[in-house]
Design a protein around this ligand. Structure first.
Ligand SMILES: [Zn+2]
Length: 362
């Protein structure tokens, strides 16, 4: 059996709760998967997939929930391996895409989806609905909406995020044609969907997830967010030109939150560094930039590659350490610039850097 080695290093100078250590979850995940799957190569793959998913969600769940989330994710990953079609995965891109095209003919699936969207929309307040539709369907910008509503662009963006989070929950419930079995389900699902870690603690999402089959089943599609959001940009990275594109995309997205000019430069610089790292050491990968809202507004950057991995992360994060000499600030520089920073790397499998900058209030 191939040995899975994971290293993680963390600095969370501004983070509310530090950063979880995903590596400690490996033995448990392996035990769960191993008890259900006999083929050892498949076990390796499923352990990997579980860890990748948990890592992708790590910033969006409160630390106490990481282990329960890993448990339900491992179970879900195993289950979905047996399923020919994964309905949630297929549908999750549609959740925020209200412009579902009219399907030709009587496509049952498309009709089901439209019905689910309609039902989900019906559960929003009139104001939530109007703002969301003006933005998603009519393309009205957050600044213009803010002017109309007597609010700020950042507050409108945050409200839109919360509305989308609710819409995702209601959409999945409508697709399942289910009313949640307990009063706690909706609050838990909403806290997961919005990635609001404080709220997850308040509603004790961790224990609920282990007790409730429905919420365990719905949580991954809620956490693995779709690609059609306008508060998220994905930039494939394979060349120096892509580094520039990622830098520019980060600056433009962050500008929507009224970051200071200095902070915009800081964010763009950090993105340059992690993107350049991908080009140098892995050849190719991607940078995902998203706006996040966790009782404050920020921008989160996830840089992924499937390159050789970093064998000694502590060393790689040491100031002055750089395997390419010259201009770059490298990972230590990016870490210094951002409020939260985590590296997850696996030899031969790749590296994921997650970093967040929060907007200073007032
Ligand atoms: Zn539940």
């Amino acid at each position: 059996m191939r040995n899975v080695s994971v290293a993680q290093s963390v600095a969370a100078s501004g983070g509310p709760s530090g950063h979880p250590d995903v590596a400690v979850l490996i033995p448990m995940v392996r035990r769960i998967v191993g008890s259900r799957v006999s083929d050892s190569a498949a076990v390796d793959d499923l352990v990997q997939e579980t860890l990748v998913r948990v890592l992708a969600a790590a910033d969006r769940v409160e630390p106490g929930m990481l282990e329960p989330y890993a448990i339900v994710t491992a179970r879900n990953v195993v289950t979905s391996m047996w399923q020919e079609q994964d309905r949630h995965r297929r549908n999750r891109h549609r959740v925020v895409d209200l412009r579902v095209p009219e399907a030709p003919g009587e496509d049952l699936l498309a009709r089901e989806e439209r019905t689910a969207v309609t039902q989900a929309l019906a559960r929003l307040s009139e104001r939530e609905k109007q703002t969301l539709l003006a933005h998603e369907v009519s393309g009205q910008g957050t600044r213009s909406l803010a002017d109309e509503l007597g609010s700020t662009a950042g507050a409108v963006a945050a409200q839109l995020n919360r509305t989308r989070a609710r819409l995702r929950v209601e959409y999945l419930l409508a697709l399942e044609r289910l009313e949640p079995p307990t009063d706690r389900c909706r609050p838990v699902l909403l806290a997961l969907s919005s990635g609001d870690r404080r709220r997850q603690r308040e509603v004790d999402a961790a224990s609920h997830l282990l007790q409730c089959d429905l919420c365990a089943r719905l949580s991954p599609p809620l956490m693995e967010r779709g690609h059609s959001r306008d508060d998220e940009v994905r930039v494939p990275i394979a060349s120096d030109g892509d580094v520039v594109a990622a830098r520019q995309a980060a600056r433009e997205l962050a500008a929507r939150l009224d970051f200071s000019r200095t902070d915009l430069t800081v964010i763009a610089t950090a993105v340059s560094e992690v993107a350049r790292n991908i080009v140098r050491f892995a050849g190719s990968g991607e940078v995902v930039i998203e706006l996040v809202e966790e009782h404050r507004s920020g921008v989160r950057i996830v840089a992924r590659d499937t390159g050789p991995g970093i064998s000694d992360i502590e060393q790689a994060l040491t100031d002055g350490y750089s395997t390419y000499h010259g201009l770059g600030l490298g990972l230590p520089g990016a870490r210094r610039l951002m409020d939260e920073f985590a590296v997850f790397s696996e030899k031969g499998r790749g590296t994921t850097v997650t970093m967040t900058k929060w907007r200073q209030e007032g």
